[in-house]
Design a protein around this ligand. Structure first.
Ligand SMILES: [Zn+2]
Ligand SMILES: [Zn+2]
Length: 577
């Protein structure tokens, strides 16, 4: 039974949550969370690796104990330790823990003192004003809890998963369905197709030849935990990861209309339908229909649907009703950047700091990506946890790169560093070593809780240094995790433009920072961005596509992105005046 990396990660995260509620040692809890991240990021299916007898302890962060647990999950589908923990602590408590204003300690108190095990119990207790009476809680907390519950209801209770994880699940499911007989078209619609950074559920559309058993095959998939409904044109399941998946079987004549309808966004669809109404057209998931007798005029393809309302095709990433319809009417839809426009990666780590591969291996991997150039940007000394480079070690790396540049063909290795911007806006290494580099990727890892004003000043001050080239992961957010620090990005972008600095769109699927709105703001301010993977292993170089998706959602074209340029062009562009 194939098990997804994400499922194993989920088990570890659940263990960590429950240990946290129990008040376990933080070191142990962090080890589980770290293992979860490592497993999710692995380029291959862990189940396959276990079956092939690969030694998982070669990944740093996976010790003997965790490797054994992974093996147990792969082989039995469950982890005994989690079962034991769940006996002691109701698993729903870990959901409470993620609510604003609560944390493991408070959840533990709620559980022990009031017997609260789930969201319903929490709501009831808050409404009956029982929470405010607990020590360490008050009226304010109680109100906060009620508000958070209300918001959760609005947002729907489904957890959203990162596009990266959704992609693994969707690809496997689609491949499996395609192996069945009689499928003609198949697509995953919804926010997945719009390449949103997180996905709430999957909507799969298919067209089939007569007699295909696609619905049977769909509900028989081995990852299905529960079949919610099964019909002849629509079925719904929940996967073991908790992800909801719908399958719709549509007639060929409706495929384009259905794809358009289920891709959304809702606001985009409403706007398109509105255009239709003005032209006497009715547009729905079955097709485009004209007049009283509802004559079908389109529906086979999305292009047809758009054509009926006088528009050119609009790429899914743009369909958010953020001006794309006006742009299309004026023939000004951007020609979005594509993955194969990218000619190099400007932010990668090696095992000199916290990367997994050597300099040579990273260069080889970049060549395999077909890149013309690669910048090596290991951490600077402030990042002690990653064994950050001081001036002496950086000088050694510079020499190593010079030597390697003399040997390798077909790719140029740029000398760089990921340089910490210190609290006062100074840079982590002295100018006399920075001047030996081709570029710097400057970023904030510490002292993230400054005020918006001080944070903004800090970065602008750093940009005053002529060796500051690229501002990396500019907001510091982690998707589904940290919110990011307070910073005035508009002021930063303006200052960057004036100084000839560049902003990074960090393509790591946990970051995607800049987000789509910020990308668009950069474009509107005439600022170029670079899309970089922040790779910590050679397989991370594949993250580039996620950066490109986000850039597309932010309306970026090839010209807006610096690393679509050839090496000779980029060399000049990276130089500050
Ligand atoms: Zn960083
Ligand atoms: Zn980095």
């Amino acid at each position: 039974m194939p098990i997804h990396n994400r499922e194993i990660a989920d088990v570890f995260n659940r263990v960590a949550d429950l240990l946290d509620i129990e008040g376990e040692n933080q070191f142990r809890i962090r080890a589980y969370r770290k293992a979860a991240r490592i497993v999710v990021d692995l380029p291959r299916n862990v189940g396959d690796m276990v079956r092939e007898g690969e030694d998982l302890t070669r990944f740093s962060g996976i010790g003997k104990d965790l490797a054994g647990k992974i093996k147990e999950i792969v082989e039995t589908g469950v982890l005994g330790q989690l079962k034991e923990l769940e006996k002691k602590t109701p698993p729903d408590l870990s959901r409470l823990m993620k609510m604003e204003g609560l944390g493991p300690k408070r959840v533990q108190t709620l559980h022990k003192e009031l017997g609260i095990n789930d969201l319903d119990g929490l709501k009831k207790a808050a409404e009956e004003n029982r929470i405010r009476k607990l020590e360490g809680f008050g009226e304010k907390t109680e109100k906060l809890i009620l508000e958070a519950l209300e918001r959760m209801k609005d947002e729907g209770e489904k957890e959203r998963i990162k596009l990266f994880a959704a992609e693994q699940i969707a690809n496997d499911y689609v491949d499996y369905l395609k192996k069945g007989r009689g499928i003609k078209d198949i697509a995953v619609a919804g926010s997945y197709r719009r390449r949103m950074e997180t996905v709430g559920d999957l909507d799969i559309l298919v067209t089939c030849k007569k007699g295909s058993q696609v619905m049977e095959r769909f509900v028989e998939y081995e990852d299905v935990a529960k079949v919610l409904s099964k019909g002849t044109t629509r079925s719904s399941v929940v996967l073991r990861t908790g992800l909801h998946v719908d399958l719709r079987l549509v007639p060929q004549v409706s495929y384009g209309a259905a794809l358009h309808y289920f891709t959304g966004s809702r606001d985009h669809n409403i706007a398109v339908r509105g255009l239709g109404v003005k032209l006497g057209l009715k547009i729905n998931e079955y097709g485009v229909f004209r007049g009283k007798d509802e004559e079908r005029v389109a529906g086979r393809t999305e292009e047809e649907v758009y054509r009926q309302v006088g528009l050119p095709y609009i790429e899914p990433e743009l369909r958010e009703n953020r001006g794309e319809i006006e742009a299309a009417r004026n023939n000004k839809v951007p020609i979005l950047i594509r993955r194969d426009d990218i000619r190099g990666d400007l932010h990668v780590h090696t095992n000199e700091t916290d990367g997994r591969q050597t300099l040579e291996e990273m260069v080889q991997a970049a060549r395999e990506q077909g890149y013309e150039y690669l910048a090596i940007t290991d951490h600077s000394k402030r990042v002690t946890m990653a064994k950050g480079l001081d001036a002496r070690r950086l000088a050694k790396q510079i020499d190593a790169i010079d030597t390697l540049n003399g040997k390798v063909r077909g790719i140029r290795i740029l000398k760089g560093i990921e340089l910490d911007i210190l609290e006062d806006g100074s840079l982590d290494l002295p100018d006399d070593i920075l001047k030996e580099l081709d570029l710097t990727v400057c970023s904030i890892h510490y002292n993230q809780n400054l005020s918006r004003k001080r944070m903004t000043e800090r970065v602008i001050r750093a940009m005053d240094n002529p060796f500051f080239t690229i501002f990396a992961h500019p907001t510091g957010r982690l998707i589904g995790g940290r919110k990011g620090y307070e910073i005035d990005l508009e002021a930063i972008m303006k200052a960057a433009g004036e100084r000839g600095c560049v902003l990074e769109l960090n393509a790591h699927p946990d970051r995607l920072d800049l987000d789509d709105h910020n990308c668009r703001m950069a474009k509107e301010m005439g600022l170029r961005v670079v899309i970089s993977t922040d790779s910590h292993s050679s397989s991370d170089l594949d993250f580039m596509r996620f950066g490109v998706y986000q850039a597309r959602r932010g309306w970026l074209e090839k010209d807006d992105v610096l690393n679509t340029r050839s090496f000779s062009e980029i060399e000049g562009l990276l130089k500050r005046k």
